[in-house]
Design a protein around this ligand. Structure first.
Ligand SMILES: Nc1ncnc2c1ncn2[C@@H]1O[C@H](COP(=O)(O)OP(=O)(O)OP(=O)(O)O)[C@@H](O)[C@H]1O
Length: 268
């Protein structure tokens, strides 16, 4: 198998006496969709935060294209090619869809600030190229009809799609999706699922997705990592993890019926 795009090894993260992560390891390969699941407080967001530089684990390593990300600031990690979306939407409500996506593209601009200020030809060329790419992205995400609308007036499902667009505007090689369908109705969830699939198949992008919606996870993921109390308890294909007794046990006591149905099992 080829060298992984991302390799997390033995991630250990503590907050005082509270252990958020305890030896979490996994690889993400080019073009793969890895889902991370687990009960509330299991350590899913902490894992994302260790990858994106928000938290620094006390032990373990995260390597992206062979290079350690430890100690790098979040904006440097984003510039290296890892973009993320958040559980809570973080967009500029007063700016248009187009402007929000252009801001996502901004960190890739190469022209020095003094050329941009003077609006010299190189800056104009770069701006034109960025706009063209963003227009393609807007079309790809079916946002053409609302491209000039201020984000604040748009429905929740569309806002989540714009947030996805802003992450894609950074032209990442790895996309981290934190609960992409949380709070969505069935139709919005279906739309989002289609876009996630398109990103993987048409753009060939690797994706790590944290999600509670088990149907979505089982439909979309190539592999699933299951975390419980900060410890990895299973890693395999959706079929493998859904029959894993440790996974079924981890979810008992929570919303077992709902979750096990999502996993394709009858709740006991
Ligand atoms: N900044 C922090 N300070 C203290 N404890 C934290 C912090 N961030 C996370 N934790 C703790 O680490 C553990 C893992 O939390 P995390 O948010 O990663 O879980 P999660 O699986 O994403 O949960 P959820 O599904 O509810 O979003 C929890 O016990 C949580 O309270």
């Amino acid at each position: 198998m080829t060298e992984p795009l991302l390799r997390a090894t033995d991630l250990t993260l503590r907050f005082g006496g509270n252990i958020a992560l305890d030896g979490v390891s996994f690889d993400v390969h080019q073009g793969e969709l890895l889902a991370i699941i687990g009960p509330n407080g299991a350590g899913k967001t902490s894992t994302f935060n260790c990858i994106s530089g928000v938290y620094r684990p006390q032990a373990g390593d995260v390597r992206f294209q062979g290079e350690s990300l430890l100690g790098k600031r979040p904006h440097k990690i984003a510039a290296r090619g890892i973009a993320r979306t958040f559980q809570n939407i973080e967009l500029f409500d007063n700016l248009s869809v187009l402007e929000n996506l252009l801001l996502g593209r901004h960190h890739l601009m190469r022209v020095p600030w003094w050329q941009a200020m003077a609006w010299l030809p190189a800056a104009q060329r770069e701006e034109r190229a960025a706009r063209l790419e963003i227009e393609h992205l807007i079309e790809f995400l079916g946002l053409t009809a609302v491209r000039r609308h201020p984000v604040g007036i748009l429905p929740y499902g569309i806002k989540k799609r714009i947030e996805l667009g802003r992450a894609l505007a950074m032209k990442p090689e790895l996309l981290l999706l934190d609960e992409p369908v949380a709070g969505m109705n069935a139709e919005e969830t279906e739309d989002m699922a289609r876009f996630i699939l398109d990103i993987r198949t048409e753009l060939g992008m690797a994706i790590v997705m944290v999600e509670h919606d088990m149907r979505l996870v089982m439909d979309l993921a190539d592999r699933v990592l299951v975390i419980d109390f900060g410890r990895p308890i299973a890693l395999g294909t959706p079929q493998e993890v859904q029959h894993d007794p440790a996974v079924i046990a981890a979810y008992l006591g929570g919303a077992a019926d709902e979750v096990l149905q999502g996993l394709g099992e009858e709740a006991p």
